[in-house]
Structures are given as structure tokens and as C-alpha cells.
Design a protein around this ligand. Structure first.
Ligand SMILES: C=CC1=C(C)c2cc3[nH]c(cc4nc(cc5[nH]c(cc1n2)c(C)c5CCC(=O)O)C(CCC(=O)O)=C4C)c(C)c3C=C
Ligand SMILES: [Fe+2]
Ligand SMILES: [Fe+2]
Length: 342
């Protein structure tokens, strides 16, 4: 513990394009998907796939979705992040310097670390804005911060927060946000998390013989699968369901946003929606607690795309429980968590 200077706080989210244009989305996708923790193939196939296929083709369709998402304040992921940064700074006061960074695009981790260095902070607490750990998200943020610091003369104390998938106060906000809906009026509740390739789930299992190998492997968290993204997602669901006193038959944990031909964490949200529609469901409520802010994957993918697809299948409503966004209660929790680590 060095002790004299201010304490630095680095809030880091995934990133979003600088603008909803094809060029900006291309630059974002290229930087994001060339990260070997995201598309974890050897260098040559990764570069061929991303530069030759995904970034050029997907930038067209994705930029249309980003145009739908964009507001006059920009991308929600960024402006909610800025609100959280300002709110946490206000709560923590002059002893702390709070910076927001994005793993991909802007504001960059490099600039944020530089600003903290200029303020001569004695330590840096890194707060990834992902409740559940995945190598592709949290792991990548931590690696990027360590790489940024590695070349510097002064390396201050560094504290890397790993995950907080069942933080009771955070769980309470998700549950409270759902109470504005009449829960009994829904045919089913879906907890829809961002997906991850099954191969990456297996890499998160140090024993190599649990995740995706034994039945219901990820539905109970233990020392074997404590860093398994899917197990942590199930942990979040169980905590919110307990808070709302839901019965197990009322809800399902599922995974969305699959990309490419590989098998991803299952069940897929769209398949669950399809099965529910076949059973005659008309009203669905969807939580998306892998995100601390509503973004493309919630507002557009759930709120627009799943809504349309459910209607085509004979359903009526897909309602989305709002995320934590810039809720003052969430800002207080972030400040509390940072202080607990400081
Ligand atoms: C919350 C955790 C997330 C995990 C785990 C994750 C893994 C992951 N994502 C992709 C591919 C894409 N993700 C995209 C956007 C995006 N993803 C997350 C979060 C997680 N991703 C966020 C917060 C966002 C940003 C949304 C925004 O509003 O800007 C995209 C870009 C959008 C699109 O084209 O669909 C892609 C592509 C992979 C391959 C992956 C794991 C290997
Ligand atoms: Fe993603
Ligand atoms: Fe697992």
C-alpha cells in the first residue's frame, strides 16, 4: 500500500462504435473481433475471418441497427457509462479520480491510464462493467490494463475486480425494475444473457471435465466452475428469481447474440421463444442481466427483433426489464464496491 496520492478508479465497458456509420462500425468490429480472447483462433484464420468476412459484411447490417439505437446523446452504452463515472466520482469525492474507458474504440484504456498516471494515483482499481466473468470480456479488460501498465516506469498498486454476478444490492435493483411489470400477467420469464462459444466455456473449466461435459454442468456454481461464464449467469438468474420468489417453472435461463457456425452456450433465446410460442404463450418478460446498461443487444435485439419474431410466431408482447443504466442506486453500489476494494 503506497498511500499518499489519490486512488484511481477505472470503469471499463466493452465498447461501442464512435458513430453509427458503416466505417465506424467496421473499425469497432475489426478491433473487437481481432482480440484473440474474443475470436480465439490462431492468428491467420482469425485475421482472414475478421478482415475478409465478418467485419466487411457485418458492418453493413450492424450499422443499420446502430442507427436505430443511436440517440442525440450517442450510444447508450457510452452515455450511461459517463453518467455512472460522474456519479461515482461525486460519491467518492476528492480522494479518488474516476475514469471511464472502453476496451474497444473510445475512450481508450490507454488514455484513461495516462490520465490516472498524470494525476499521480497511488493505486488503480479496475471495475469491469460485466457482472459475470468471461475471458472474452473481463479477462480481456484485465489483460489490456496490465499491458498498458507493463511498459511504464511506475506501476502503482493494481486491484482487478473479477465478477459480481450475485451481488445482493445489484440483484435487488434488477428485481425492483421487474416489479414495475405485473409478473403474474406473463406466460413466462426469460433471463437472456449474451452468449459465448461452448469451446470457451470449456476453456474456463480448469478440470477440463465439467463444463459442457456433465449434465446440467453449469446450473450450480462450485469451486470447479466458479469462473465459468454460464455458471455465473445461472447464479445471477437464481439470485433474481429468489428475490422475486419465482417458481422454477416460471422462468428459463437462455443465451442470445450467437455469431458463426460453432455451438454456443445453450439454450438459445430464440429457440426458447419459439418453443413458448408453440405452446401458445402470448406475453413474455425478458431480463438481460449480462449488461449493466441497455445497449444494442437489449434495446434492438430483444426489444425490436425478438418482439417482431415472437409476433410472427403468434405471440403478442416481449417486454424488456430495464437494465441498471444510470440508476442512482446502481451508481451507489459501484462506489461501494470500489471502496471495499480500495
Ligand atoms: C456482456 C457480456 C458479453 C460477452 C460475454 C460477449 C461475448 C462476445 N460477443 C461477440 C460478438 C459481438 N458482440 C457485440 C456487441 C456487444 N457485446 C457485448 C457484451 C458481451 N459480448 C456488448 C456490451 C456489446 C456492445 C453493444 C453496444 O450497444 O454497442 C457485437 C457488435 C454488434 C453486432 O454486430 O451484433 C458483436 C459482433 C463475440 C464473438 C463474443 C464471444 C466470443
Ligand atoms: Fe458481444
Ligand atoms: Fe460451466
Amino acid at each position: 500500500m503506497s498511500g499518499h496520492g489519490k486512488k484511481g478508479v477505472l470503469l471499463v465497458n466493452l465498447g461501442t462504435p464512435d458513430a453509427p456509420t458503416r466505417g465506424a462500425v467496421y473499425r469497432y468490429l475489426k478491433q473487437f473481433l481481432l482480440d484473440p480472447r474474443v475470436i480465439d483462433y490462431p492468428w491467420l484464420p482469425r485475421n482472414l475471418l475478421v478482415r475478409g468476412i465478418i467485419a466487411p459484411f457485418r458492418s453493413g447490417s450492424s450499422s443499420k441497427l446502430y442507427k436505430m439505437l443511436w440517440t442525440e446523446k450517442g450510444s447508450p452504452l457510452k452515455f450511461y457509462g459517463e453518467d455512472v463515472r460522474d456519479g461515482v466520482q461525486e460519491i467518492l469525492g476528492d480522494d479518488y479520480i474516476v475514469e471511464l474507458a472502453m476496451r474497444y474504440q473510445n475512450p481508450s484504456i490507454g488514455h484513461a491510464v495516462q490520465r490516472l498516471e498524470e494525476q499521480q494515483v497511488s493505486e488503480i482499481i479496475v471495475f469491469p462493467m460485466f457482472p459475470q466473468y468471461a475471458s472474452a470480456t473481463t479477462g480481456s479488460v484485465h489483460e489490456a490494463v496490465m499491458r498498458e501498465l507493463a511498459g511504464r516506469q511506475i506501476i502503482p498498486d493494481v486491484k482487478l475486480i473479477n465478477s459480481y454476478y450475485n451481488h445482493p444490492d445489484m440483484i435487488r435493483i434488477f428485481a425492483d425494475n421487474a416489479r414495475q411489470f405485473d409478473l403474474d400477467s406473463y406466460d413466462h420469464i426469460i433471463f437472456s444473457y449474451h452468449g459465448l462459444p461452448q469451446r470457451q466455456l470449456r476453456k474456463g473449466d480448469p478440470t477440463g471435465c465439467h463444463c459442457t461435459k456433465v449434465d446440467n454442468c453449469c446450473q450450480q456454481i462450485s469451486s470447479v466452475n466458479q469462473f465459468c461464464y454460464s455458471a455465473q449467469c445461472h447464479g445471477t438468474t437464481q439470485a433474481i428469481a429468489a428475490e422475486l420468489q419465482l417458481k422454477t417453472e416460471q422462468y428459463t435461463t437462455a443465451f442470445q447474440s450467437r455469431l458463426g457456425p460453432e455451438a454456443w452456450a445453450q439454450p438459445y433465446t430464440i429457440k426458447v421463444i419459439e418453443e413458448l410460442a408453440e405452446q401458445g404463450a402470448k406475453r413474455l418478460l425478458v431480463f438481460s442481466p449480462a449488461f449493466v446498461a441497455d445497449c444494442l443487444e437489449t434495446i434492438i435485439e430483444i426489444g425490436t427483433e425478438y418482439q417482431e419474431e415472437f409476433e410472427e410466431m403468434g405471440g403478442e408482447h416481449v417486454d424488456l426489464v430495464p437494465s441498471l443504466n444510470n440508476d442512482p442506486r446502481w451508481i451507489k453500489i459501484v462506489a461501494d464496491m470500489v471502496q471495499a476494494y480500495a
